[in-house]
Design a protein around this ligand. Structure first.
Ligand SMILES: Cc1ncc(COP(=O)(O)O)c(C=O)c1O
Length: 408
């Protein structure tokens, strides 16, 4: 009789984990206030209140709320005057938007491999990617663990580059007690439905630099000038404004954020303790300078060498069958189809068209894409029993690993 649920055995867990997103009376009251005000867009108070509060909570002077985290990156790039033919350094292991935003301002993403301990950009490999055209580094705080901001800022300062923090996954994280989003020159966040605080879709740009803030504001608001006339468009911008409804939900979500952060941290510690005892998976290292980790994702590494003939994908399927909503995560970004598409149709005139990404190899990113197992943040919002179920499922599958051989 087979034991694993994927082969018809009993599941470790039949109950769902914490339902996400979490909401209550606070969100409903906030949204009702917007309905009743009849000011659902420009001229309302919620967006401004949210921008100020979120920026302040991240130790930044300015916040510009936008419709999602993808355009937040685009606004940040535009604010830094990055455009035609400029190069921007990005990690190869990240969500597509980190690179597509660069292409969408007609600049060129230059990929760099990751640190296998943290899955964020490897600072030791940044310098060799810098050319005379490089204008910025995008530091992605992968899964909510801050990237090595000391090293990144040092390299950027020496080469006179902007640092844009892609903090889509890193709300309220801290590096050496400094809030993420306030260390680089400008930062972007996402409030898309999976994120640690959410309004379904949403994003924000934060900065301590007044000029970058003004340019961001203009770009997200149809190229208007702060303090200018309604029909006065001195800049080429677009309309990326957040609605009052989104901001209302986010104001309520902010009230829950601190407590949720502490629960995730507590449960993540317990999960780490349990997983460290299991032979066959590794947990990502937590840099000692990271004093707050957002745990948007809890990331593990499947040790493929220990299970010859059994792929990570089959292992993830087995976890799903046991009732654990684990996923596989990214593929190397430089292998994505959009890089070819954009070369043929959009950026024909630039050096980019000559760039050949096919022959590049980033061994750590490739390994990470082959071996990573992601657990979503909401799993960490439950009880210790929930966490034990997750660890028990890993144990059970590894104890019965031979059952997976025929499934590859
Ligand atoms: C690292 C990273 N950057 C950017 C984004 C884009 O955010 P959005 O989905 O809000 O456009 C995401 C969202 O998944 C992300 O994870």
């Amino acid at each position: 009789m087979k034991k694993l649920a994927i082969n018809g055995g009993e599941r470790i867990r039949n109950k769902p984990f914490t339902k996400w997103p979490i909401f209550g009376e606070e969100e409903i009251t906030q949204v009702n206030e917007v309905f009743n005000s009849r000011v659902w867009g420009i001229g309302g108070t919620k967006v401004k209140e949210f921008e100020d509060l979120f920026a302040q909570m991240h130790n930044a002077k300015f916040g510009i709320a936008v419709v999602n985290g993808t355009v937040a990156l685009e606004v940040a790039l535009k604010a830094c005057k990055i455009g035609d033919g400029d190069e921007v350094i990005v990690p190869d292991y990240t969500f597509a938007a980190t690179a597509t935003s660069v292409l969408n301002v007609n600049a060129i993403p230059v990929f760099v491999d990751i640190d296998p301990d943290t899955f964020s950009i490897d600072p030791n490999k940044i310098s060799e990617a810098i050319t005379t055209k490089t204008k910025a580094i995008i530091a992605v705080h992968m899964g909510g663990q801050p990237a090595n901001m000391d090293a990144i800022m040092q390299i950027a300062e020496k080469a006179n580059l902007y640092v844009i923090e892609d903090a889509a996954q890193a709300h309220f994280a801290e590096w050496k007690s400094k809030k993420i989003g306030s260390i680089g020159h400008i930062a972007s966040f996402s409030f898309q439905s999976s994120k640690n605080i959410t309004s379904g879709e949403g994003g924000i740009v934060i900065t301590n630099n007044e000029e970058l803030a003004q340019r961001s504001w203009s770009y997200h608001n149809s190229g208007r000038r702060l303090g200018g006339q309604w029909y006065e468009h001195p800049f080429l911008g677009s309309n990326y404004r957040m609605t009052e409804f989104q901001a209302a939900i986010l104001l309520a979500q902010l009230k829950r954020a601190n407590q949720q952060k502490e629960i995730r941290e507590h449960n993540a510690q317990h999960l780490t303790e349990r997983l460290l005892k299991i032979n066959g998976v590794n947990v990502l290292k937590r840099d000692s300078r990271v004093n707050v980790h957002s745990y948007h994702l809890y990331i593990l590494k499947y040790q493929e060498e220990k299970f010859p003939g059994i792929s990570r994908d089959v292992f993830v399927n087995a976890l799903n069958s046991e009732g654990i909503p684990a996923t596989r995560g990214y593929v190397p970004l430089h292998k994505e189809g959009f890089l070819k598409e954009v070369k043929e149709f959009t950026i024909k005139s630039l050096d980019y068209a000559k760039k050949n990404y096919d022959n590049i190899s980033f061994p750590e990113t490739e390994k990470a894409c082959r071996n990573s197992i992601w657990l979503p943040q909401y799993i960490l919002l439950g009880t210790i029993k929930d966490i034990d179920d997750v660890a028990d499922a890993f144990e059970k599958i590894i104890e019965n690993i031979d059952e997976l051989k025929s499934l590859n």
